[in-house]
Design a protein around this ligand. Sequence first.
Ligand code: PMP
Length: 397
Amino acid sequence: MSISPLMPVYPRCGVRPVRGEHCHLIDEDGTRYLDFASGIAVNLLGHSHEGLIGAIQRQAETLMHVSNLYGSPQGEALAQRLVDVTFADTVFFTNSGAEAVETAIKTARAYHQHEDGDANRTELITFTNAFHGRTMATISASNQEKMHKGFEPLLPGFVYCEFDDLEAARALVGPRTAGFLVEPIQGEGGIRPASQAFMQGLRDLADEHDLMLVLDEVQCGVARTGKFYAHEHYGVDPDILASAKGIGGGFPLGACLATEKAARGMTFGTHGSTYGGNPLAMAAGTAVMDAVANEAFLAEVTEKGERLRARLEQFIGNYPELFDSVRGKGLMLGLRMKIESRPFFVHLRDNHQLMTVAAGDQTLRVLPPLVAGDAEFDEFFDKLSAGAASFTMPEPA
Ligand code: PMP
């Protein structure tokens, strides 16, 4: 392959998609891949969705970009849609997940800097195997050394705790604690749902000490698990939430949602973004909301998730040497493997034209577009079975 001018932070991959059709990707030589990765939980309406394309096209022809220094009817309309279906009262739009988490961190800190707050409370408790993005604050929030190496010094103000260990979290709460930052279902960490007791316990601790419960739903949010946001499974509301990925259906869009109380420090002039809330992004977000923010769509995701999971449970029984268990919720599923998952993910992609995503060390993520149906599930199992039957662990290089 010729040398690429792209900074080589990603693998030089021979699969180079140039077109998307519903649940398939087509690469430069016309090879079709079944896409059960969805751009890592982004393309929830699949590829080439007419409603999404039409909304972006119409908006592009009308008004592509305008400064946030002017009023934004498009932004107000999408923010109102989000407020109507969530715990939140107020929304700040960003262009990515990391920026949404950055905004959430700033919102949590600013809450305590308010005149009614306790200005000593500057630290967020964050959790093992978390992934919050690749900016300086978001890598600092994650305790993963491999993400830190070469980029120190990190930002202060993050205290690491074992994921899903409520007693450990309780023991870390002190006079400097501002709140908790947690993924209700860890994505990059290997599709690990938090327990009910943990989520409820963090909410109770936050209430007891006037702390902010900040949820990172960048990967698990926006209908992926069969609820609009995953925390609804737990009956536990956050104070602040970071959203992205699915919310734009492929258009770069993120959002930080908050209650009015939690956002009390985010006053005029304290935060901003040139592109955040751009009319094109608002059109994409609105088209996504039109498609997914209704009970019928969410019920369908739940039902499809149950069907896919049941089939996966049955499937892994045929390959006990490869697979351990299935975990996740809705259409955010992970196959816990008994081997390192990356070589198997590469094998499925290169030899069976099936896109999945590796996570953690031993999880294969299955993240189909939410519009996938039985035909795509059948194709998925054909490819997965052929892949499992033909897999041999490559020799170490
Ligand atoms: N938080 C979570 C939970 C994520 O999964 C990701 C992306 N994988 C991010 C934050 C960062 O999002 P982005 O890459 O859009 O900055």
